[in-house]
Design a protein. Structure first.
Length: 234
């Protein structure tokens, strides 16, 4: 007998590939709080090591880092929002050996996994447990920093909260600093789910502009993810 998780889903009569099992763990819990579940984190991190996923991550991170506009020997500071186990931060620290950053993350399990994965960069990063749904903005994230990065995290927030986070990011950046966010989007025709409030491309771009960002654009569309970019004016 085929399990429910392994069955093909059908939408409008068209077969679709089943979602990875980790996506169902803690499903229905909004605002990103499902990532507090250690079993979901463990399954996700295992899935991230699959060759196809590693290729997608490497290419997306490459696009993100190209947009930072930093020379390889630049010494700059960054914030990684929703840092997880440090995937983006690891790519950034590897390309820019003089960079250092604060990794803001909600999940205890992610924070526990991160230092081991980032061991080659010890001394150049530190974790901060932070909930992006919070009305506070810690002093450790106040900046000014030259870059803020995020990947596959902010989409968990309701649209008004996304806007709040974008404004805080803008405030934390030094003049000329950049915000680069690789994240999910939904099509305009799709309804937004309260438990998984992915925004449309246009909504995300509009929220970034409203937060004060200039040169707002998106790049590197693969599947339902794009790299969103904005710069704080000088």
């Amino acid at each position: 007998m085929v399990s429910a998780a392994g069955m093909l889903a059908y939408t409008a009569g068209v077969a679709q590939e089943p979602a990875p099992e980790w996506q169902g763990i803690g499903s229905g819990i909004g605002a990103g709080y499902a990532w507090k579940a250690s079993d979901k984190v463990a399954a996700y991190l295992e899935a991230e090591e699959q060759p196809e996923q590693l290729t997608e991550i490497r290419e997306a991170h490459g696009a993100m880092l190209d947009l930072l506009g930093q020379s390889p020997d630049a010494a700059f500071r960054f914030i990684d929002l929703g840092a997880g186990a440090g995937a983006v931060a690891g790519s950034l620290l590897n390309r820019f050996p003089r960079a250092s950053g604060v990794l803001a993350e909600l999940s205890d399990s992610m924070i526990e996994a991160g230092p081991e994965k980032l061991a080659p960069f010890a001394g150049r990063f530190r974790y901060l447990q932070y909930d992006m749904n919070s009305d506070s903005w810690p002093a450790e994230l106040a900046g000014p920093v030259e870059a803020v990065v995020s990947a596959r995290a902010i989409h968990h927030l309701a649209d008004p909260r996304k806007g709040v986070v974008f404004k805080r990011v803008h405030e934390a950046l030094a003049p000329g600093g950049v915000f680069v966010n690789w994240d999910l989007f939904r099509e305009e025709s799709e309804p937004q789910k309260p438990s998984h409030p992915v925004a449309t491309v246009q909504m995300q771009l509009d929220l970034m502009r409203q937060a004060g960002f200039a040169d707002v654009a998106c790049y590197h569309e693969v599947g339902r993810r794009r790299v969103f970019f904005g710069r704080k004016p000088r």
